[in-house]
Design a protein around this ligand. Sequence first.
Ligand code: SAM
Length: 248
Amino acid sequence: MNGGRRIVAYFDAVASRYEQHAGPQAHAAARLAEGVAGLSLPEAPRILEIGCGTGLLTRHLTRLYPRATILASDRSLAMLRVARAHLAGETRLRFVAMDGEAPSVRPGFDLICANLAWQWFAHPLQSVARCRDLLNPGGWLSFSTLGEANFAEWRALCTAHGVAHGLHDYPSLATWRAHLPPNALLSEERHPTEYSSALAFLHALRAIGAQAPAYGHRPLPAGTLRRVLRGQSEKYSSSYHFLYIHLP
Ligand SMILES: C[S@@+](CC[C@H](N)C(=O)[O-])C[C@H]1O[C@@H](n2cnc3c(N)ncnc32)[C@H](O)[C@@H]1O
């Protein structure tokens, strides 16, 4: 199974339970929607959403733009099924299975957006240009993604034990700034999340389908993992590092 398919398989497997564990993702969707609300868009915009998942951001979009035409897409069919159920009755909304890194749609969108899907792309920086080509003049590309300090606590814990953390390395805010045109709007947010233990943190990643390790990472042998987790059975905090990007 290639990297992209493996990632989608993880999301397929958790789709029906995803929202029970997706508090941080819901938070980022709300923050991204706040940013979108501040953009100058037509009253009845054409919107493409990439990696819509179960529709956390989609619900904000339908509320913000009741006259919009929305095409919500994801690679995971199971996620799309759940999103469809949540948004049943929305007549201006269509769902499509599509790889957001190679969007197979005609241009003509006023807004293309994605909440926490971009970090799963094999080429996150390069994917921006492909999406911007699909925008109408005056259109916006708005997305949230993960930054270089995501789960810094887990990285530090693994480093202290001399073992590989297995997390993906994401482009930093500085890298995004250097890559994007100067009129891009970028912001970042640290979002600490409490877990009952470090093991509960790892289980929570699994529950939202986000456990796909970095390319080439081998899962830690059980004994090594036990060593890392020893002494981490009390309350454990790990911080998401969210980046929000709005680009005309
Ligand atoms: C962390 S979830 C976020 C879902 C939703 N946007 C939310 O805010 O809850 C990531 C989503 O991106 C989708 N995804 C990952 N890679 C993708 C790709 N290349 N094209 C489209 N969707 C993708 C996954 O299937 C999953 O639904």
